[in-house]
Design a protein around this ligand. Structure first.
Ligand SMILES: [Zn+2]
Length: 351
């Protein structure tokens, strides 16, 4: 009986570290094989005194069964681990396995810019690019917003440092900052659009961002009037949305235009309708049903003069289109922060 316990202890000790099918086979042969330790005792059973034989035989059989089922259990676990390892290896190295290729897409703002450039180019506008860091003169003074003008308070921005500390550049708050340079570069007559990234020191929420895109448009020629402005805006918006868009012009004050307007479009997300809960509009249009899209107006004579344009001969209109807002409307994006958020899935436009 002592021998029996010895075998059991030895088996428990030996099977514990086994980690492969090969090692397990060695153990199986050692204990259960024809010349194995259990069989040895079974063979010797004849020499056991008759009165102990029955008990001994029974104990040996129990040991044999216990070892056998333990080996079987261990074998199952090892097989499973070996299979998992194989799958892991296949996943890592098998280049022939099928996989879904993920293709990129253009950013919604880029799509809008491309589209608008095509529309305006077809109407004879040139497409201009301009720096994001501009001077105070370009961003404010040349646009009839002198120092200490209250309009500056609404456009707090980020000021860059320079070595001398004199006239630091700032991140432009609106694309209008390029008006002066373009007037001086091309003179009149002039038709140009200039899309660009703008910046404001702004607390962000669903409709406000510190970094956003605008597209400025400017037309200067003899006899340009408000009806030219309305014509171009209507043509452009109907092409962008590929349908009739309801717009409204409200008088608006911007120092660089006179008269100035605020062009609103009917919210395309909620359609200006009441929601199920009975609330008017949606968060995107601040529950008004309308979305401010575009300040516009006739360029103020002071601004033309700063750009060396003869105001006796020429007049012009300008508009600053909110590209980010336009993209929200066109692609029904409810939160402006999506555009700078970097989440690919949210930026994929089902166009
Ligand atoms: Zn709405």
């Amino acid at each position: 009986m002592n021998k029996l316990h010895e075998i059991k202890d030895e088996f428990v000790l030996k099977i514990q570290p086994v980690a492969s099918s090969e090692e397990l086979d060695v153990i199986r042969v050692e204990f259960l094989g024809k010349k194995g330790k259990v069989q040895e005792l079974l063979n010797a059973l004849g020499a056991v005194p008759k009165e102990e034989r029955r008990e001994m035989g029974q104990a040996l059989n129990e040991l044999k069964n216990a070892i056998s089922s333990e080996i079987e259990e261990k074998g199952k676990r090892i097989k499973e681990a070996e299979l998992n390892a194989k799958i892991a290896m296949t996943t890592l190295y098998d280049a022939s396995l099928p996989y879904e290729a993920k293709s990129g897409s253009l950013h919604p703002i880029t799509k809008i810019i491309n589209e608008l450039e095509d529309i305006f180019a077809s109407m004879g506008f040139s497409i201009e690019d301009y720096s994001e860091a501009v001077s105070d003169f370009e961003c404010f003074t040349s646009l009839n917003i002198p120092e200490h003008h209250p309009a500056r308070d609404m456009q707090d921005t980020f000021y860059l440092e320079n070595e001398s500390g004199q006239n630091p550049k700032l991140l432009k708050t609106h694309t209008s900052a390029a008006q002066n340079a373009l007037m001086k570069k091309y003179g009149a007559p002039l038709r140009a659009i200039f899309p660009g990234r703008c910046f404001r020191n702004e607390a962000t929420d669903a409709t406000h961002e510190n970094t956003f895109f605008q597209m400025e448009g400017m037309m200067i020629d003899e006899g340009v009037s408000i009806s030219n402005l309305i014509y171009f805006m209507k043509t452009m918006l109907s092409k962008v949305f590929e349908r009739d868009v309801e717009v409204r012009l409200r008088p608006g004050y911007f120092p660089f235009v006179e008269p100035g307007f605020e062009l609103d479009i009917k919210c395309l997300i909620c359609g200006g309708q009441e929601s199920e809960s009975g609330a008017k509009g949606c968060p995107s249009c601040k529950h008004s049903g309308w979305l401010e899209l575009c300040p516009c107006g006739m360029i103020h004579p002071n601004v033309l003069k700063q750009g060396d344009i003869d105001t006796e001969k020429y007049s012009g209109f300008a508009f600053g289109l909110g590209l980010t807002r336009l993209a929200m409307m066109k692609f029904a994006v409810k939160d402006i922060r999506v555009f700078n958020g970097g989440k690919i899935e949210e930026l994929k436009i089902k166009a």
